[in-house]
Design a protein around this ligand. Sequence first.
Ligand SMILES: NC(=O)c1ccc[n+]([C@@H]2O[C@H](COP(=O)([O-])OP(=O)(O)OC[C@H]3O[C@@H](n4cnc5c(N)ncnc54)[C@H](OP(=O)(O)O)[C@@H]3O)[C@@H](O)[C@H]2O)c1
Length: 312
Amino acid sequence: MFRSIIPKLSRRDLLKAGMVAGASVFLPHEIALAQAAPLIQRKIPSSGESLPVIGIGTARRYEDIQTEAQKAPLRETLRQFKDLGGKLIDSSPTYGTAEAVVGELSSGLKIRDALFIATKVSIQGRDAGIRQVEDSFKRLRTDKIDLIAVHNLRDTETHLRTLRDLKQAGRIRYIGITTSFPRQYDEFERTMKAETLDFIQVDYALDNREAGKRILLLAAERGMAAMINLPFGRGRLFNAVQGQKLPSWASEFDCASWAQFFLKYIVSHPSVTCCMPGTAKVEYVLDNLGAARGRLPDAAMRRRMETFLEAG
Ligand SMILES: NC(=O)c1ccc[n+]([C@@H]2O[C@H](COP(=O)([O-])OP(=O)(O)OC[C@H]3O[C@@H](n4cnc5c(N)ncnc54)[C@H](OP(=O)(O)O)[C@@H]3O)[C@@H](O)[C@H]2O)c1
């Protein structure tokens, strides 16, 4: 039954699965096959454009990059990400060197056009916001930014006006808002109801499920794409399962690692469009993109995953 749901794979795909998935040479045959399958994509409701469900977040690990030695692993990370079909990179002008690093590396690798670059506006005041956005264009070395979102509801109405002008002028393609603070959810929902937005971005994870019961449902209702930040709770989830083996039933949804366990839980929420784990190592790209392949947990399996984590 499994074979019937995966596409026909070439020898090259299979070789790629063995090589790029690293550990997958030791995986059960079916999971290794799933690792070579195309990335699962979701549509952005406002346009119908498709995006792979896993991207890269650039907070922290891209924030303080000064030397070539620091850039080299990030360059390889972005190269592999693009080669494997990845698109979405999420950044912010508040992430130190992150935008500049993404700009330099993507332009050096000549992969800008293959990427979907999302950043934010994160400052008080109209003029300051306009200046910040113009600086983002320069740092990202691009004349078109795919998505700019208002960061953590900072001066939302002011910046949404600017972002709409930029969209109208064809300089950005999508607009949105972000948060990662449950205390902002009420205001976030009010904004979602009052504004026409292409994207929302919110924190959601196997051990942080509040947004899944309200924000994500509202996003679907309002026709907004939903991006997920903090999918591992900044590593909190890895700590929660430290020393534990992946349950054997994880293979029922083609899951080969804890990262895939946590990410597949997220992207199997019916309202999620994509999610961007902080990814600064090649082995993480290979691992995390594995969550965008093969089967995803169904509703019953999702409950089983929740119970498993709660049982500790
Ligand atoms: N309000 C907002 O707009 C907002 C707020 C927060 C985050 N964000 C966005 O969301 C993104 C994700 O959040 P985050 O990066 O802070 O946290 P996260 O994705 O929950 O966790 C990232 C950490 O997980 C570890 N990791 C990643 N892949 C792994 C793998 N395959 N196996 C084991 N460990 C793995 C890495 O640890 P090491 O690197 O330490 O090894 C990484 O630092 C951010 O980068 C940012 O783009 C937006």
